[in-house]
Design a protein around this ligand. Structure first.
Ligand SMILES: [Mn+2]
Length: 300
């Protein structure tokens, strides 16, 4: 299948700067390897970014503007048989990439690989960082303001799985319980192993759907292994675990319809450690998506 890489250079969803530079760097690294099509979107440099933690709707309008463009770009382009790989940017960009995938494929599930569950709302958020709200927005739990550009279905919470979570706010836990999404913590992964957890995740997200959107946040990896993210968390996955997750995704590539890699922040990286991991993850997915056939339904 043809692949399309979309660079989504925005760091407006977090008070820390730098994630907007992630795609430029990663796409540059992939130049020699990737021969497919690339579209690069970068946030308007004239934006006066709000970094004020008491601002609970930080950069809401600017994010909506960026995501509207991103959404339209993917929807327009993917009318043809493309496999979109969206490179962030902070995780707020996934509202556009995931809903663009819904627009094309109708009923899909989602696997959200992340240290955080990103299930806050404007009411529950402590930081006002919108990169903590996208999964709630995508699965239709409040946050309507973040998906005005989308006319179509949302992803059913029952088909939504988070893998690798270990930092969840108290109010966010209530949102998760209320919405009914599935969360596998890092502890679950330690107990059951990456493969068993991913197997289960694919069963839940793939159950009676037309495909699965995968959103991979690099902060799922331990902060010492991958420091180049805006909100690093300790007690995370090893590099091996992260690669195994990706390999499981590749095994299921015929069910996967779209993929994001987000939150690489080159300003926070040390010795290009995180960058190297991000490039490896992307190279694997590109290779796998290139050989992928059309969506294949699995009988769960
Ligand atoms: Mn995230």
């Amino acid at each position: 299948m043809k692949t399309l890489i979309v660079g989504a250079g925005s760091d407006l969803g977090v008070h820390i700067d730098g994630a907007h530079l992630g795609p430029i760097q990663l796409l540059n690294d992939l130049k020699g390897f990737y021969k497919g099509e690339i579209i690069s979107l970068v946030q308007d440099e004239n934006i006066l970014k709000s970094r004020n933690l008491s601002d609970r709707r930080k950069n809401e309008f600017e994010i909506d503007k960026f995501n509207t463009t991103l959404y339209k770009t993917i929807v327009e382009k993917c009318k043809d048989e493309y496999f979109p790989i969206v490179v962030g940017g902070d995780h707020s960009i996934a509202v556009a990439s995931a809903l663009a995938s819904v627009k094309k494929n109708d009923d899909i599930g989602i696997i959200w690989i992340d240290a955080h569950t990103d299930y806050n709302t404007f009411e529950s958020t402590i930081t006002g960082n919108i990169h903590g709200l996208p999964l709630a927005a995508i699965t239709g739990y409040k946050c309507q303001e973040l998906r005005y550009f989308h006319d179509g279905a949302i992803i059913q919470p029952s088909k939504c799985v988070v893998v690798g979570a270990r930092s969840i706010d108290e109010a966010e836990k209530d949102n998760i319980r209320y919405a009914g999404i599935t969360v596998f913590s890092t502890e679950d992964i330690q107990e059951r192993g990456v493969k068993a957890v991913m197997d289960e995740a694919f069963k839940i997200a793939g159950y009676r759907t037309n495909g699965i959107h995968v959103s991979f946040d690099l902060d799922v990896i331990d902060h010492e292994v991958a420091p180049g993210v805006s909100v690093p968390e300790q007690d995370g996955l090893s590099e091996d675990d992260a690669m195994t997750i990706n390999e499981e995704i590749m095994k299921h590539i015929d069910e996967v319809v779209s993929y994001d890699l987000v939150e690489f922040n080159p300003l926070r990286d040390q010795n290009r450690k995180t960058e190297q991991i991000a490039v490896n993850l992307l190279a694997q997915i590109i290779k796998s998506a290139t050989t992928k056939g059309k969506y294949k339904k699995h009988n769960y």
